[in-house]
Structure formats: C-alpha cells, structure tokens
Design a protein around this ligand. Structure first.
Ligand SMILES: [Zn+2]
Length: 209
C-alpha cells in the first residue's frame, strides 16, 4: 500500500478521534499525530517518509559525486597548490564510495543517535529515547519486520504515551496508537496484500496475517 493511502487512512482515523474530543486544537493534533503515525511503520523501507525525516540518500550521493567531479577537474587546474594525484583520489572516492556507505540504514541510524543524544541532553527525555530506539530497530529490521509487528506498535504507542505526558495531551497516545495500528491493519492480507504482516515478528515468523 502506498504512503499516501496510509496517510489518508491515518488522517480519517485521527479526524474521528479528534471529532470525539470536540476541540479544534485537539482535533488538529489528533489528525497530525494519526497521519504521521500511519507512516511510521514504513521507516523500515526506503519510503518518501524515511527520506523526509533523514535525508534522501540518493540526493547526498549526487551532491558528493558532483563535489568529487569538481575536485577532479580542479586537480588539473594549472595554478592549484595541491598534488594532482591527491585531488583525483579524493574526487574519485567521493564519486564511488558514498553509494556503498551512505544508505537508508546509516542515515536512519544517524537520525536515531541525534534524537537519542537530544533525549539524553534533555534529562533523559523518555519520549525521545524511545523514538531513538524505535528508529534503531527500524534501521536493522528487514521490510515488514519489527515495525510491522505488535512489538513495533507497542514501542510506538509507549513513545506517544510519554509524549502525551510531556505535552499534557492525552490525544497523542490515542491518535498515535490508532494511526500506527491502521497502517498494520491495512498491510494485512485482509486488505488483499500479497505479503501480509508478521504480528509476532521473530518469535513466530511463520505466522503471517
Ligand atoms: Zn507498511
């Protein structure tokens, strides 16, 4: 299922929860939290959302490759003060290596460490630390693994719960958990997906619904 469909369904779920609250601000928060949470499970893949919250790996490859090519051209500039072979080597490395080294996984891990570091700095802020752990597990998990299981749902809901305490907005928990659950539900075979989800992930890998 496409990211936009998940956002749409998450938005509908969030609107319903927001409608029950009968407060426009809470309704807005509810729609935003549910739509965003409905995208979270696909952080385990190279989705647009992953590229939004980290950086698009392909864009970084392209920028570094361009810098590399410019360096190679600069290496043959008559008056440049550096060794030609050194600039050519660095330039070639920038064209070749980032493609291998900078992947979704590395960028997701960098984001996780940045968020985790901020969490530690802010007196061990539990919501940020949980989000960091979620991103680390998403980075190491194969597609439709951890994030598409009940464990992923539980960890994400716990993060929303901690955020709801800090911001004093209970709706963050309800909308966040419901939005995330809507993604898992619509990724099951019930919704005519060829590949379903493994609710118990590594513990019962054969159980696919
Ligand atoms: Zn999915």
């Amino acid at each position: 299922m496409k990211g936009t469909t998940h956002v749409f369904i998450g938005g509908v779920v969030g609107s319903y929860i927001g409608f029950l609250e009968q407060d426009p601000l809470i309704a807005g928060v509810s729609i935003a939290a549910a739509s965003l949470s409905a995208l979270a499970p696909d952080l385990d893949t190279n989705s647009t959302f992953t590229n939004r919250i980290t950086l698009n790996p392909e864009r970084i490859h392209r920028i570094l490759a361009l810098v590399g090519i410019l360096l190679i051209i600069a290496a043959f500039w008559p008056a440049q003060p550096y060794e030609t072979w050194l600039l050519v080597t660095i330039g070639a490395a920038l064209v070749i290596f980032p493609k291998k080294a900078i992947s979704r996984k590395t960028l997701l891990l960098c984001t996780a460490f940045l968020i985790g570091g901020t969490g530690i700095y802010l007196d061990m802020q539990p919501a940020l630390l949980t989000l960091s752990l979620f991103l680390i597990l998403a980075a190491f998990s194969s597609h439709r693994g951890f994030t598409h299981s009940l464990f992923g749902l539980a960890l994400w809901s716990y993060m929303c719960y901690e955020a709801s305490l800090v911001l004093n907005m209970q709706v963050l928990l309800t909308a966040g958990a419901a939005g995330y659950a809507s993604h898992l539900l619509t990724d099951t075979k019930l919704f005519l997906n060829k590949r379903g989800i493994k609710p118990l992930w590594i513990f019962l890998p054969k159980l696919e619904i």
